[in-house]
Design a binder for this molecule. Structure first.
Ligand SMILES: Cc1ncc(COP(=O)(O)O)c(C=O)c1O
Length: 369
């Protein structure tokens, strides 16, 4: 009989989710919004110390609202990480704005600050915003990037979809820009099955985002509209899952980091393997344990693991290499492409045991021979 599938990053419930869902049912807030949404937002305040949070249907929706509220519109240039997931970028297209992709550095795998400077200088007109991804739960080189954005009057929006709980100089990722965004999609470190959160220190901006997230309803007893919005708010039922999940965030980070350390111990002596680095003033959440192979095609490893019902996945294909963006603006140094060609994400679910990690590592080593 086949051993049960080892997934890349399956949901991990704390055991209290159903209790909070039952509470939501008892209150009959089977609706978007309600007391659980307030509690979920409060838990994000408590974690991030950011005064304003807005629970939404997804991180993609949160990024879209951020751009809309900042007045990013048709023909505006928005700088963005090339090495990211497409949900980070589609909101730029929703606004008919123009993405400008920046390549990564090797120390963080996130945006290279030197290239960011170059891109700003080379842009056909002044970019209005930067969407900066903290990939796989690792913080980008924030200090330099913030300096550059400030010097050029560019809004910084942090895509912290994958980096909930990660910190830079002891401060939470997602709290450095004018907006920060977290995802609670099914594969993330915490999940509400699907969901997102927008945070900001600016109340006016969050109030505006809230207005747009509920169909831009003016203040009237009937339905009055002077502008258009979206149906982007989070369901009270899903927020109940989020309330329970947020209580175990620290445990989950500890587990993800432990899994990464186990892989490192198991595979340390293989010279062609390099693990994703971590900047010294940061603590990532190690959402996924990722590595690169110097000589071996990672797809041979992926297929070898698949034979044993183990899910692994290539690293994100950079946006500037996507057919959709073949003609896009970009400043490259080849890092993201090289990471994509050499890299693999290993199973990293927080229910994994040491034995699981040893099994995956042994199969990986066998495939390398
Ligand atoms: C870096 C990044 N940005 C944005 C998103 C979009 O998040 P969501 O699925 O909540 O819309 C994701 C993941 O799903 C992501 O990994």
């Amino acid at each position: 009989m086949m051993t049960p599938r080892l997934f890349l990053s399956p949901p991990h419930m704390s055991g209290n989710e159903l209790k909070y869902i039952a509470e939501a049912f008892e209150s009959n807030y089977i609706a978007p919004l309600g007391p659980m949404v307030d509690r979920f937002e409060q838990s994000i305040h408590d974690l991030t110390l950011t005064p304003h949070a807005l629970a939404l249907s997804s991180a993609t929706a949160a990024l879209h609202l951020a751009l809309r509220v900042l007045g990013i519109t048709s023909g505006d240039i928005v700088l963005a990480s090339s090495f990211t997931f497409i949900g980070s970028i589609t909101p730029i297209l929703y606004q008919n704005a123009i993405p400008y992709f920046i390549d990564s550095d090797t120390q963080s795998w996130n945006i290279d600050p030197d290239l960011l400077e170059k891109a700003i200088a080379a842009a056909p007109k002044k970019p209005k915003a930067l969407i900066l991804t903290h990939l796989y739960g690792q913080c980008a080189d924030l200090q330099k990037i913030i300096q550059i954005c400030d010097a050029h009057g560019i809004y910084l929006i942090e895509d912290a979809a994958e980096s909930l709980g990660a910190s830079y100089d002891g401060k939470q990722s997602g709290t450095f820009g004018i907006f920060g965004v977290y995802s609670f999609n099914g594969n993330k470190i915490l999940t509400t099955s699907g969901g997102g959160m927008l945070v900001s220190t600016n109340k006016k901006l969050i109030d505006k985002a809230r207005f747009y997230s509920t169909q831009a309803r003016d203040d009237a007893p009937h339905y009055e509209h002077t502008d258009f919005g979206y149906n982007y708010r989070m369901s009270n039922i899903l927020a109940a899952i989020g309330v329970a999940q947020m209580k175990v965030l620290e445990e989950r980070i500890t587990s993800r980091r432990k899994i990464f350390d186990w892989y490192s111990e198991e595979l340390n002596d293989i010279s062609e393997i390099t693990f994703m680095p971590e900047l010294s003033n940061t603590r990532g959440n190690r959402w996924l344990s990722t590595l690169t192979f110097e000589r071996t095609d990672p797809n041979t490893i992926r297929l070898a693991l698949e034979e044993h019902n183990i899910e692994s996945r290539p690293l994100w294909k950079p946006m500037h290499l996507q057919p959709l963006f073949k003609d896009s603006l970009r400043t490259q140094n080849g890092t993201a492409q090289s990471l994509f060609e050499k890299g693999l994400c290993l199973p990293s679910g927080t229910q994994m045991t040491r034995e699981d990690v040893t099994r995956v590592s042994s199969l990986l080593k066998k495939a390398l021979k």
